[in-house]
Design a binder for this molecule. Structure first.
Ligand SMILES: NC(=O)c1ccc[n+]([C@@H]2O[C@H](COP(=O)([O-])OP(=O)(O)OC[C@H]3O[C@@H](n4cnc5c(N)ncnc54)[C@H](O)[C@@H]3O)[C@@H](O)[C@H]2O)c1
Length: 248
């Protein structure tokens, strides 16, 4: 299958976890993919493994200068970017409001919130010139409600911000053929989840109607749909992928 034939995608935070799973699936479905991450070694190794339709660019999503470099490199190698997956994120320290430091709050928001803003700002001009594109912003169920466990005020605030910005940019740039959607994963078995909860798939499952945590690929399938032309009339929408956790 080549559901992403002709797509040129940037995926941030692609060195591991869900970003890695998205990159693997996108290449399999025919896209050319620019993987970006702070983690240069893992990112380059993965891009090397994925072959000619993948390159890695070192990237801190909170730096506008880095975004310029990502776009210039992507365009020089593959052509104008028509898909952006803003996936990179950090959870920050999992501790109470009263213990959370201002600096810690700003660090989380710099990656999760400012990073998504800078990414959209970087790709929109090229998408306008090309007649459209698809932006997929990875939020969280922490962007839908105040989850009690495994979160903090900065993570929750930044993930609500991602949801809000996605709607605003979808509304303001739809006329240019640009679609913007947010994806809200629940408990997904990635290094971030394991580090934050010591979870390896067992305990937290009680709170999930489907009775288990998810594999990263189960989120990738939704991201693939949103990146592809199959979702041509889907924009400004929230896509919860949580095994029913926030259903009731
Ligand atoms: N794992 C979950 O259960 C879960 C649930 C909801 C939402 N999410 C969100 O999904 C996304 C991916 O999470 P994951 O679980 O795969 O995380 P992860 O920690 O396994 O991977 C995140 C990747 O992002 C990279 N990264 C971190 N800061 C960066 C920066 N400033 N610039 C560029 N790259 C950076 C890391 O190096 C890492 O490779 C995040 O936005 C996260 O908030 C995860």
């Amino acid at each position: 299958m080549a559901r992403l034939a002709g797509k040129i995608a940037v995926i941030t935070g692609a060195a591991r976890g869900m970003g890695e799973a998205h990159a693997r699936l996108f290449v399999r479905e025919g896209a050319s993919v620019v993987l970006t991450d702070l983690n240069g070694q893992a990112g380059s190794d993965l891009a090397g493994e994925l072959g000619d339709r993948a390159i890695f660019v070192p990237h801190d999503v909170s730096s506008s200068k880095d975004w310029d470099n990502v776009l210039i490199t992507a365009e020089a190698r593959f052509g104008p970017v028509n898909v952006l997956v803003n996936n990179a994120g950090v959870i920050g320290p999992v501790k109470s409001l009263l213990d959370f430091e201002e600096e810690e709050f700003l660090q989380v928001c710099a990656v999760n919130q400012l990073g998504v803003f800078l990414g959209m700002k970087a790709v929109v001009p090229g998408m306008v010139a090309a007649g459209g594109g698809s932006i997929v912003n990875i939020s969280s169920i922490a962007g839908m409600l105040g989850t009690r466990a495994s979160s903090n005020a900065a993570y929750c605030a930044s993930k609500f911000a991602v949801r809000g910005m996605s709607k605003l940019i979808a509304a303001q740039w739809g006329h240019a053929g640009i679609r913007v959607n947010s994806v809200h994963p629940g408990y997904i078995l990635t290094p971030m989840m394991v580090a934050a909860t010591d979870e390896t798939g067992g305990g937290a499952s009680d709170a999930i109607p489907l009775g288990r945590m998810a594999q990263p690929e189960e989120v990738s399938n939704v991201v693939l749909f949103l990146a592809s032309d199959e979702s041509s009339f889907v924009s400004g929408a929230e896509h919860v992928v949580d095994g029913g956790m926030t259903a009731g």
